[in-house]
Ligand binder design. Structure first.
Ligand code: AMP
Ligand code: ZN
Length: 115
């Protein structure tokens, strides 16, 4: 999608620190990390918000969670734990209109909203 910063990262039009990539998904380090580990997992399909996810994206969404697990294991932080966040819309503060899953970790995470 034109003018989408994450599509540009996917198309290698702008650089990123890629930690994982396959045909459906890319994962790269957040440029403005909120924790020692802050990785964004992004489907290559341009989907604007979580509200645009449909049943036909089911396999893609479960694949994203498999990729999150693989990244946590391969990078050695699966046992210490981590948090996954996906923002949707104005009140969440979603800035990039291409769905993405934040993986946060590497320290005891504060600001727990749920649980
Ligand atoms: P959100 O607020 O959920 O839309 O999160 C967007 C995230 O994308 C923010 O944490 C930004 O720091 C991150 N971000 C924006 N541009 C880039 C970029 N070029 N490379 C890596 N991360 C980025
Ligand atoms: Zn996009």
């Amino acid at each position: 999608m034109e003018d989408c910063i994450f599509c540009k990262i996917i198309n290698k039009e702008i650089p990123s620190e890629i930690v994982y990539e396959d045909e459906e998904v890319i994962a790269f380090k957040d440029i403005n990390p909120a924790a020692p580990i802050h990785i964004l997992v992004v489907p290559k399909k341009h989907i604007e918000t979580l509200l645009d996810v449909t049943k036909e994206d089911g396999k893609l969404i479960s694949h994203i969670y498999e990729v999150i697990n693989k990244i946590a294991i391969d990078n050695g932080f699966s046992k210490q734990g981590f948090r996954v966040i996906a923002n949707c819309g104005k009140d969440s503060g979603q800035e990039v209109m291409h769905i993405h899953f934040h993986i946060l970790g590497g320290k005891k995470l504060g600001d727990k909203i749920v649980g």
